[in-house]
Design a protein around this ligand. Structure first.
Ligand SMILES: Nc1nc2c(c(=O)[nH]1)N[C@H]1C(S)=C(S)[C@@H](COP(=O)(O)OP(=O)(O)OC[C@H]3O[C@@H](n4cnc5c(=O)[nH]c(N)nc54)[C@H](O)[C@@H]3O)O[C@H]1N2
Ligand SMILES: Nc1nc2c(c(=O)[nH]1)N[C@H]1C(S)=C(S)[C@@H](COP(=O)(O)OP(=O)(O)OC[C@H]3O[C@@H](n4cnc5c(=O)[nH]c(N)nc54)[C@H](O)[C@@H]3O)O[C@H]1N2
Ligand SMILES: [Mo]
Length: 675
C-alpha cells in the first residue's frame, strides 16, 4: 500500500523545506519537495532526498545501551528502558545528594529543529532539576546579537521580497549550499537585471555563481563595511531623510568612518581600494539592495561587531523603505513562540543555577569548578565533533568520574564516550512544530512511521525521566499537543495571529501574519526606539558604541584556519552516509599556491594541519580559491581510524566572540606540512 504525507524538514538549516514523503507498506521509500510550498517550491537538497538511507541505516541505534568497555571504546550491551531510567535517576540522585544539582549539565543544540523536542519537556526537566544552565551560543549568537544592537531584534526582510532586489550582496554566506532557496530567489532577481556580489574568504560554489566575487581576508568584514560607509559619506550617497527620521548616532558613526579610507581598508581586507570604491558606489546608487548576512563571517572573535557594522549599511541608504531592500541575518523573531510556557524557567530554584558556555565544554569538564560537573546529558548535538578544542572535549568525556548519557540516532563520536546511550526517534516519527529562521512560514510535522526499534523522542524521554525522578508538577503531564498550543499562545508576537494547532493540522504550513504590522525599521525595539548607529548599551559594556574594526587576536601560526560547513552534510549529520561521502569525495584543505609551494605541497598531497591544540590530516587542494595566508576546509567529517582523518575541530579555538558570547571557529591559526 502506498501513501503520501506532507511534513517539514527538521534539519538546522534556514530553508525549513516542506517535504512530500511517500510510504510503501508503512516504510518511507521516497522524500521529495512539496511543490505547493510558496518558498521551497518542491526543490530540496540531496541530503534530504537520502533520508530513507538515514532512517533505515544499519547503524541506527534502536535500543538503550550500557557501556561495558572502556570509555570511548564503543563497547555496549543492550538494556531495557526501565533499566536505563533507573540507572540515570539513581546516578542523578546520588550526584545531587553529594554535589547538588548544578553538578549535572545538559548539553544540547538543534540537531532537530522541532520546537517541542528542543525547547520543551527537556528544558522543563533540567529547570526543575536545578541543573547547570547551558549558553547555547555555538551557531549564530555573535552575529544575531550584533545585529540586534542595530535593529533591535532578529528580523530583516521577507526573503520572498528579494526577487525585487536590484543588487544582492551575499556576505559570508555559502548560500548555494546552506540556503539554496535564497539562491533561487536571487536568480529570479538576476533575470530581472539584479547583480549578485559575493564577499567571502573562499571561492566556493556560491562565489563562482556570483556576478562579482570579492575575496576578503578572514575577520576583516567590519573594516570593509566601514570603508563602504566612508565612501557613501564622502560622495554623499546617503538617504538623509531616512537617517534623520529613523536612526540615531549618525554624527558619531560619520566621525568613526572618516578613518576608514579605501587605502587603509584595502590594507586590512586585501580588497583593492578601487574595488572598495566601486562596491560602495554600486551600493549607494542601487535601489532596492539586499544584504544576506551569513553565519561564516561572525564565527570570529570580532564577529558580533562585524555583523553590527554591516547591519548599519541599509539604514544609511534608506533601503528598508523599499520592497526588496534591506538586510537579513536571521528572521527568527517573526515566529517567536511563548518560551515561558514551553520551558517553564519558573521551575528553576532561586537563585538560578550557574551558566556555562557550550563553546567551552572542554574547559568546563576539565577545569576545577564548584560543584564539579559530574554528569552530562547530551541530546540533539554531537559535541565531540562540532565543539571547538576537540581534544579537550574528548579528554573531558574520558573522565572516569563523569557520568554521560547520550540520546542519539547514531553511534556518533560523542555517543562512543557515553555510559548510557539512548535511542532517539527521527522527526518522521514525532509530532512537532517547525519555524524557519529565514522564511515566514510555520509548519507541523506529524508522525509518518512508528518509532524505529525502541526509539523515543526527546519529549517522551524527558517526560518519562521526570516521572522516574518523582517530579509531580502538572506540566510534566502535558502532551505534545498541549506544548504546541502553549508555544503558539504568545500575545507578545502579533505575527502568530491565526497560527493555531487546528489550522496547521489542516494545512500543514501557514504563513505568519504580517499585514498591517508596522515594519521593524520604523519602531525597532532598541533602547532608543530607532535604528542605533550609536549604541549606548554597547558602550556600557565597555565596547565601542559605533562599529569599529578590531583585528583578530591569534596570529601565532602563518595560516588563518577557516573550517566551514560543506554541501552534502549538515554539520556532522549525514556525514556517515556513504553516498553523500562519495559526492563530497574526501576531506580537503584549500591552500593558496604560494603557501603550498613554500612548503613543497602539491595538489592532492596528504597533509597535516597543526597548531598547539592538535592536528588534523586531509588532502591539499592547491590553487587560488583562497588568498595567501588562508586555509579553508569544508565539512565536519567524522573521525576515522582507518583513513586517519581526524576532526578539524581539533584545531579550533574555544575563545568567545566580542558580542553574544558566540563561537570563534574561524579565528584560529595553523601551519601545514606534507606527510
Ligand atoms: N549544506 C549545508 N547546509 C547547512 C549547513 C551545513 O552544514 N551544510 N549548516 C547549517 C547551519 S547550522 C548554519 S549556521 C548555516 C550556515 O550557513 P552560512 O550562513 O552559509 O555560514 P557558513 O557556511 O558557516 O559560512 C559561510 C561562508 O562564510 C565564509 N567565511 C568564513 N569566514 C569569513 C569571514 O571572515 N568573512 C567573510 N566574508 N566570509 C567568511 C566561508 O568561507 C563560507 O563560505 O547553514 C545551515 N545549512
Ligand atoms: N569547525 C566547525 N565547527 C562547527 C561549525 C562550523 O562551521 N565549523 N558550525 C557550528 C554550528 S553553526 C552549529 S549550528 C553546530 C551544530 O552542531 P550540532 O547541533 O551538534 O549539529 P550536528 O552535527 O548536526 O549534530 C546533531 C546531532 O543530533 C542528532 N539528532 C537529530 N535529531 C535528534 C533528535 O530528535 N533527538 C536527539 N536526541 N538527537 C537528534 C543527530 O543524529 C546528530 O548527531 O556546529 C558548530 N560546529
Ligand atoms: Mo548553525
Amino acid at each position: 500500500m502506498k501513501e503520501q504525507f506532507i511534513t517539514a524538514c527538521s534539519l538546522d538549516c534556514p530553508d525549513t523545506c516542506s517535504l512530500l514523503v511517500e510510504t510503501e507498506n508503512g516504510r518511507i521509500v521516497k522524500v521529495t519537495g512539496n511543490p505547493d510550498h510558496p518558498v521551497t517550491k518542491g526543490a530540496i537538497c540531496h541530503k534530504v532526498r537520502h533520508t530513507p538511507d538515514k532512517l533505515y541505516h544499519p547503524d541506527r541505534i534502536l535500543y538503550p545501551l550500557k557501556r561495558i568497555g572502556a570509555k570511548g571504546e564503543g563497547k555496549f550491551a543492550r538494556i531495557s528502558w526501565d533499566e536505563a531510567y533507573a540507572e540515570i535517576a539513581g546516578k542523578f540522585s546520588t550526584i545531587i545528594e553529594e554535589y547538588g544539582a548544578q553538578a549535572i549539565l545538559p548539553y544540547s543544540f538543534y540537531g532537530n529543529m522541532g520546537i517541542i523536542n528542543t525547547e520543551g519537556m527537556d528544558r522543563r526537566f533540567f529547570h526543575r532539576l536545578g541543573a547547570t544552565q547551558l549558553e547555547r551560543t555555538i551557531c549564530n549568537a555573535a552575529g544575531s546579537t550584533g545585529y540586534m544592537y542595530t535593529m533591535g531584534r532578529s528580523a530583516g526582510i521577507d526573503p520572498e521580497d528579494t526577487v525585487h532586489s536590484k543588487l544582492i550582496i551575499v556576505w559570508g554566506c555559502n548560500m548555494l549550499s546552506t540556503n539554496m532557496h535564497q539562491a533561487v530567489f536571487a536568480n529570479e532577481a538576476r533575470k530581472k537585471g539584479a547583480k549578485i556580489v559575493v564577499i567571502d574568504v573562499h571561492e566556493n560554489r556560491t562565489a563562482k555563481w556570483a556576478d562579482w566575487f570579492i575575496p576578503i581576508q578572514p575577520g576583516s568584514d567590519a573594516a570593509l563595511a566601514l570603508g563602504i560607509m566612508h565612501v557613501l559619506m564622502e560622495e554623499n550617497l546617503l538617504d538623509e531623510a531616512f537617517i534623520s527620521q529613523y536612526t540615531t548616532g549618525f554624527a558619531e558613526l560619520k566621525e568613526e568612518a572618516k578613518a576608514y579610507t579605501p587605502e587603509k581598508v584595502s590594507a586590512i581586507t586585501g580588497v583593492p581600494a578601487a574595488d572598495i570604491v566601486e562596491l560602495a558606489r554600486m551600493y549607494g546608487r542601487t535601489t532596492p539592495s539586499y544584504i544576506r548576512i551569513g553565519n561564516g563571517l561572525q564565527h570570529h572573535d570580532n564577529g558580533g561587531m562585524a555583523v553590527r557594522a554591516i547591519s548599519c549599511l541599509p539604514a544609511l541608504t534608506g533601503q528598508w523603505q523599499h520592497l526588496g531592500g534591506g538586510a537579513m541575518k536571521g528572521n527568527s523573531s517573526f515566529s517567536s513562540t511563548n518560551s515561558f510556557l514551553l520551558e517553564r524557567p519558573d521551575l528553576m530554584p532561586n537563585p538560578a543555577p550557574r551558566k556555562v558556555n557550550m563553546n567551552q565544554l572542554g574547559r568546563v569538564l576539565l577545569e576545577e569548578s564548584n560543584p564539579p560537573v559530574k554528569a552530562m546529558f547530551v541530546y540533539n548535538c554531537n559535541p565531540a565533533q562540532v565543539a571547538p578544542e576537540q581534544s579537550k572535549v574528548v579528554q573531558g568525556m574520558l573522565r572516569e568520574d563523569l557520568f554521560t548519557v547520550v540520546h542519539e540516532l547514531f553511534m556518533t563520536d560523542t555517543a562512543k564516550y557515553a555510559d548510557i546511550v539512548l535511542p532517539a526517534t527521527s522527526t518522521f516519527e514525532n509530532l512537532d512544530l517547525y519555524a524557519s529562521y529565514w522564511h515566514l512560514y510555520m509548519s507541523l510535522g506529524e508522525p509518518i512511521i512508528p518509532p524505529q526499534g525502541e526509539a523515543k523522542s526527546n519529549f517522551t524521554l524527558f517526560k518519562e525521566l521526570a516521572a522516574h525522578m518523582g517530579f509531580t508538577e502538572p506540566c510534566f503531564s502535558d502532551t505534545e499537543e498541549d506544548l504546541i498550543r502553549q508555544a503558539l499562545d504568545n500575545p507578545d508576537n502579533p505575527h502568530l495571529l491565526g497560527i493555531t494547532y487546528e489550522a496547521l493540522k489542516e494545512k500543514k504550513w501557514l504563513r505568519l501574519h504580517t499585514e498591517g504590522i508596522v515594519p521593524a525599521y520604523k519602531n525597532p525595539p532598541t533602547p532608543s526606539g530607532k535604528i542605533e548607529l550609536f549604541s549606548a548599551a554597547l558602550e556600557q559594556q565597555g565596547l565601542s558604541p559605533v562599529p569599529v574594526h578590531t583585528p583578530l587576536a591569534d596570529n601565532q601560526y602563518p595560516l588563518r584556519f577557516v573550517p566551514a560547513p560543506n554541501h552534502q552534510f549538515l554539520n556532522s549529520t549525514m556525514a556517515n552516509l556513504p553516498k553523500l561521502q562519495q559526492l563530497e569525495k574526501r576531506p580537503e584543505v584549500y591552500l593558496h599556491k604560494d603557501d603550498a609551494a613554500a612548503r613543497g605541497i602539491a595538489g592532492g598531497d596528504l597533509v597535516e594541519l597543526w597548531n598547539d591544540r592538535g592536528s588534523c590530516r586531509l588532502h591539499a587542494n592547491v590553487g587560488t580559491a583562497v588568498l595567501p595566508g588562508v586555509a579553508v576546509t569544508q565539512g565536519l567529517w567524522w573521525s576515522d581510524a582507518e583513513t586517519g582523518y581526524t576532526s578539524v575541530n581539533a584545531l579550533t579555538p574555544d575563545s568567545l566572540s566580542d558580542i553574544g558570547r558566540g563561537a570563534t571557529f574561524f579565528s584560529g591559526t595553523v601551519d601545514v606540512r606534507k606527510i
